[in-house]
Design a protein around this ligand. Structure first.
Ligand code: SAH
Ligand code: SF4
Ligand code: F3S
Length: 445
């Protein structure tokens, strides 16, 4: 049997696409492999959000060229596919820079992979169209193995933050219909999935057609997914503050399966920077929003994204970000140095923040965010939490899972506990994980 090695970079949307492309390749007779050396097909599902990510892809393609040459000497064929957002943004440039690549395919056309692979035998191909047909209608059924699964419900973004490539690489906002999402969710549940994370670049802008033909909201969709037998937990990501409607806030109080966790990127605590970023909200808008969310669900765990060193960011602007973080308190967060992305308005700016200043700001911000995360983990010690068991743990005899607040927990239990929700007393906080004891050994078994 032929083997395919699939590697994904970037966001959850990309991870989802990678899984679906693996399914397409499976239908074409490729078995999945973790070893790139033995792969008859290598697929890199790329991300364009940061400079280094794209450069890493090019250096990886350089290594793959060598591997392809070595395999050829042994009489073995190797197909190389570049997918994802770098594929979308760079298109034919990839063929020019990376001679080993056979196929370049964008995030909206990967259902055509079989045809593209066949055509590339004659001539290397690029397909970065946004086709009229819906790729989801042309994908094989998911072969999901896990307890927790991502499900794409919305794609694209119309927000055009000044720094961001996503509106260009993923195109305009589109929502899948409720029926399409439910059909996929039901299959996932039937295959043993207990937790579904509804994903989209702008998931809370979801407005897919509902059963009555009118637009459904994300809370409507959540209620429908929560009603599927077997589904114990629902999450969603990523949201934009301006699409955080009252109904979604209320959903956090009303839908028991909706977990008390919200990833809500704010990017900066400075109104001047937020305006320059074209975020269309202020720091106080964000504070008020969080206050409303906390009023609906007091124990909600918050997560966010931050960019430091946006062009023109001053020390005072950065202090505003630190102040916002100190006031709100995040369980976890991603923080990045600003990176100019070709084609975005911010890339035209000439008032770049010096690299050393950016590094110092990033270190200060991450130090603060780390302290908040450790405080959050430490506060869990002694508590009893419901853990959805996802997999075996690091050590034999251990399993690993997540709390409702997304903290990772390891504890002793047989593998048969996987898929169950087990009450666990947290006894210790490690760096990236909590350690606990199942409250009821019998329940865990
Ligand atoms: N749709 C989501 C995710 C966008 S990409 C959202 O609106 O939040 C994920 C994160 O990458 C962004 O939130 C932002 O913090 C970061 N990011 C995007 N473009 C960037 C850039 N040019 N430089 C640095 N970080 C960037
Ligand atoms: Fe990018 Fe902004 Fe859209 Fe998020 S909301 S994907 S940061 S343009
Ligand atoms: Fe990256 Fe594209 Fe996601 S640029 S973050 S893979 S939408």
């Amino acid at each position: 049997m032929k083997k395919a090695y699939v590697k994904s970079y970037g966001c959850q949307m990309n991870a989802y696409d990678a899984a679906r492309m693996a399914d397409v390749l499976g239908r074409e007779g490729y078995a999945a492999t973790d070893s790139v050396e033995e792969a008859d097909l290598v697929l890199l599902n790329t991300c364009h959000i940061r400079e280094k990510a794209a450069e890493k892809v090019y250096s990886e393609l350089g290594r793959l060229r060598v591997l392809k040459g070595e395999r050829k000497e042994q009489g073995l064929d190797t197909r190389i596919v570049v997918a994802g957002c770098v594929a979308q943004a760079e298109g034919a440039e990839i063929l020019a820079r990376a001679p080993a690549v056979d196929v370049v395919v964008g995030p909206q056309s990967y259902h055509r992979l079989p045809e593209l692979l066949a055509r590339s035998r004659e001539k290397r191909v690029v397909d970065t169209e946004f086709p009229v047909e819906d790729k989801f209608d042309h994908l094989p059924a998911r072969r999901n193995k896990g307890v927790s699964a991502f499900l794409t419900v919305q794609e694209g973004c119309d927000k055009f933050c000044a720094f961001c490539v996503v509106p260009y690489t993923r195109g305009a906002e589109v929502s899948r219909t409720v029926a399409a999402v439910l059909a996929e969710a039901e299959k996932l549940a039937a295959s043993g999935v207990r937790e579904i994370t509804l994903i989209g670049q702008n998931v809370n802008a979801y407005h897919g057609a509902g059963p009555d033909g009118g637009a459904a909201t994300l809370p409507d969709l959540m209620r429908a997914v929560a009603a599927i037998p077997g589904i114990a937990r629902i999450r969603y990501t990523t949201s934009h503050p301006n699409d955080m409607g009252e109904d979604l806030i209320r959903a956090h109080a009303e839908i028991p399966a909706l977990m008390p966790y919200l990833h809500l990127p704010v990017q900066s605590g400075s109104d001047r920077v937020l305006a320059a970023m074209n975020r269309k909200h202020t720091a106080d808008d964000y504070r008020r929003l969080i206050a409303r969310v906390r009023a609906a669900r007091p124990d909600i765990a918050l997560s966010s994204d931050f960019i430091v060193g946006f062009p023109g960011e001053t020390d005072a602007d950065f202090e505003d970000t630190l102040r916002l973080v100190s006031e709100i308190g995040f369980e976890s967060a991603f923080s990045f140095k600003y990176s100019p992305r070709p084609g975005t308005p911010a890339a035209e700016r000439t008032d770049a923040v010096p690299e050393d200043v950016m590094s110092a700001r990033l270190a200060a911000l991450q130090g603060l965010l780390d302290r908040q995360r450790y405080a959050y983990q430490d506060a869990a010690v002694g508590q009893v939490v419901d853990v959805l068991v996802e997999k075996t743990g690091r050590r034999p005899g251990q399993v690993a899972g997540k709390t409702p607040h997304m903290l990772a927990v390891q504890f002793d239990a047989p593998a048969s506990a996987i898929g169950g929700v087990v009450p666990v007393r947290i006894v210790e906080a490690g760096t990236n994980s909590l350690f606990g004891q199942a409250l009821n050994e019998a329940a865990a078994a």
